[in-house]
Write a protein that binds this ligand. Structure first.
Ligand code: KIV
Ligand code: NA
Length: 262
C-alpha cells in the first residue's frame, strides 16, 4: 500500500468512514501506530508535555520537532505524516515560516506541517501551500496561546471559530484540527468547510478524530482531560514490569541459567 497523501486525505471529506489520527514521537511508537492502520500520524508539539514533562508546549524548539519527526518519518510506511510547527513559527513572516517548514520536509521523511490558527494565519498557510508544503490548520483551543487564552478552556465563540475555519480552508489547508469546542459548533464547522475536520474534544460529528497516543495507551501521569479515552493501561503495565524486574534482581532470581552464557 503506498503512503497516504495530503490530497487523498482531503478527498476523504464527508466519507462514511472517519479519519483516524494519532500522535507519535519516536520510531518504535510510530511503527506500532502505523501498523495499526491509522490514516495519519501527527508529530505533535504535545511532546513538550508527554515526552519532556513540561507544563505547556511553548518551550519546544524547531530542532526538537525535527529530531522527533525524523524518527517518526523513518518508521511510517502507510499513514500520512504531519509535524507541528512549534511556537511561534505560525506568527513569523511568510518567508521565515517557509524556511522553518521546509527544514521539516528536507530533514525528515514527513510530508506536511500543522500550525495553530485560522484567520490571522491565512497568509502563512497560503504561502506554505504555494511553496508546495501541505498545511493542516488547528482551530479552537490553541495550546500555544494558553497564556493569552487564560488556560486550556473550551472555546465557544462560534462566529470567530467559523471565521478561522473558513479562512484556513480558503487559504489552502488540506485539513484542520478542531480542539475543545462544543459538539454543535464543531458540526457547524464540519458542515461549512470543504476539507476534513479532525476533532479532539470536539464531539462526534467531525470528519475524523485525533488523540495523543500516550493518553490512548493509558500512560499519562496526573490530569487527563475529559475528551480522552484510554484503550489500555500501559502505564500500569510498565510499572508492574519494572517492579517485577527490580524484585528479581534483588532476590537473585534474575538472571537465571537461561539468560547466562556457559
Ligand atoms: O500536539 C498535539 O498532539 C496536537 C494534537 C492534540 C491535535 O496538536
Ligand atoms: Na500541537
Amino acid at each position: 500500500m503506498p503512503q497516504l497523501t495530503a490530497p487523498q486525505f482531503t478527498a476523504r471529506k464527508g466519507a462514511a468512514e472517519k479519519l483516524v489520527v494519532l500522535t507519535a514521537y519516536d520510531y518504535t511508537m510510530a511503527r506500532l501506530v502505523d501498523a495499526a492502520g491509522v490514516d495519519c500520524v501527527l508529530v505533535g508539539d504535545s511532546l513538550g508535555m508527554v515526552v519532556q514533562g513540561k507544563g505547556s508546549t511553548l518551550a519546544v524548539t524547531l530542532d526538537q520537532m525535527i529530531y522527533h519527526a525524523e524518527m517518526v518519518g523513518r518508521a511510517v510506511e502507510n499513514a500520512l505524516t504531519v509535524v507541528d510547527l512549534p511556537f511561534p513559527i505560525n506568527h513569523y513572516d511568510t518567508g521565515a515560516a517557509i524556511d522553518a517548514a521546509a527544514r521539516i520536509l528536507k530533514e525528515t521523511r514527513c510530508q506536511s506541517v500543522k500550525l495553530e490558527g485560522g484567520e490571522a494565519q491565512a497568509d502563512t498557510i497560503h504561502a506554505l501551500v504555494t511553496a508546495g508544503i501541505p498545511v493542516m490548520a488547528h482551530v479552537g483551543l490553541r495550546p500555544q496561546s494558553v497564556h493569552q487564552l487564560g488556560g486550556y478552556k473550551v472555546q465557544r465563540d462560534q462566529d470567530a471559530l467559523l471565521a478561522d475555519a473558513r479562512a484556513a480552508s480558503e487559504a489552502g489547508a488540506y485539513g484542520m484540527v478542531i480542539e475543545c469546542v462544543p459538539s454543535a459548533i464543531a458540526k457547524a464547522i464540519t458542515d461549512t468547510v470543504p476539507i476534513p475536520t479532525i476533532g479532539i474534544g470536539a464531539g462526534p460529528d467531525c470528519d475524523g478524530q485525533v488523540l495523543v497516543v500516550n493518553d490512548v495507551l493509558g500512560m499519562t501521569a496526573g490530569y487527563v482531560p475529559r475528551f480522552v479515552k484510554a484503550y489500555a493501561h500501559v502505564g500500569e503495565a510498565i510499572q508492574e514490569a519494572a517492579t517485577a524486574f527490580t524484585a528479581d534482581v534483588r532476590s537473585g532470581k534474575f538472571p537465571g541459567p537461561e539468560q547466562a552464557f556457559k
